[in-house]
Ligand binder design. Structure first.
Ligand code: NAD
Ligand code: ZN
Length: 246
């Protein structure tokens, strides 16, 4: 049987399909991933700039990177891959998405059940009094960095930096979904950022079928992936989708 048809059948007949996404799914929307050649992260080393210690030590420096990222995210739109996942949820074939992305593109595409493991860059939070602010261009442009109107402390996007813990409720929800699923679709993640990277192993421990889509092989490919589709997220998902609806 054709591979895409086989995967489409599995998705149609599985009773609990969960999708786990990483930065690779948003590359076709113009947002570069951490790993691989690209603009943003050759300018800023994410291990340094996306670490909470760097932010607390020098918010001005880190806001240089955050502003660049803001413009990328602010101007981005869901791509074919996000749209296929939204259709799959509408058709009842997909129960939830666990995403490591902070760009909010799954919700913009129309997905309702999205667990944002690393938070969302569409809101700002005061690091001191925890007041929250909507993400606005004007606020982002404040110099030397956006501050809280309440207590003058620096504002930070509502995302998890390296060195920060994942909120317990989010971790619990994601683990429950991973344990519950009978099929997990892993899309565009290198599987190198923990604890998020554990979720596919949790799914596999409960005998879920693992289908992976990536441009290159990852640590999942030979360990737990039952199927590996090498290619762009949008193209691969669309081929599967065509077989689901016919
Ligand atoms: P990563 O950068 O470590 O890996 C990206 C993976 O996507 C790679 O394995 C690459 O081969 C693959 N890829 C690249 N283009 C692809 C495409 N068109 N189709 C399919 N696969 C493609 O990303 P990660 O594993 O998500 O870890 C990075 C962390 O950085 C995440 O935790 C995330 O929070 C954060 N991040 C988020 C965004 C975003 O929100 N869009 C962007 C960069 C980084
Ligand atoms: Zn404050």
């Amino acid at each position: 049987m054709d591979l895409y048809k086989e995967i489409a059948e599995l998705i149609k007949t599985s009773n609990y399909v969960v999708v786990f996404t990483g930065a690779g799914i948003s590359v076709e929307s113009g947002i570069p991933p951490f790993r691989g050649p690209n603009g943003l992260w050759s300018k800023y080393d994410p291990e340094e700039f996306a670490h909470i210690k760097s932010f607390l030590k020098n918010p001005f420096k880190v806001w240089g990177m955050l502003r660049d990222m803001f413009y990328l995210i602010y101007n981005s739109k869901p791509n074919l891959a996000h749209k296929v996942l939204a259709e799959l949820e509408k058709l009842g074939y997909l129960k939830s998405i666990i995403t490591q992305n902070i760009d909010g593109l799954h919700q913009l595409a129309g997905n309702k059940k999205v667990i944002e493991y690393h938070g969302n860059y569409r809101k700002l939070i005061c690091i001191n009094c925890k007041n929250s602010y909507p993400l606005e261009k004007q606020k982002i442009q404040e110099l030397p960095y956006p501050i809280c109107n309440n207590c003058q402390a620096p504002l930070k996007p509502d995302v998890i930096f390296f060195g920060e813990p994942i909120p317990l409720d989010i971790m619990k929800q994601a683990e429950e979904e991973a344990l519950k699923c009978s099929l997990m679709l892993i899309i565009g993640t290198s599987g190198m950022v923990y604890p998020a990277a554990n979720l596919p192993y949790i799914a596999k421990s409960n005998e879920a079928i693992i289908i992976e889509i990536n441009l290159e092989q990852t640590s999942y490919t030979y360990s737990i992936s039952d199927y590996f589709l090498k290619g762009k997220a949008g193209e691969m998902l669309f081929k599967i989708f065509q077989n689901i609806i016919t």
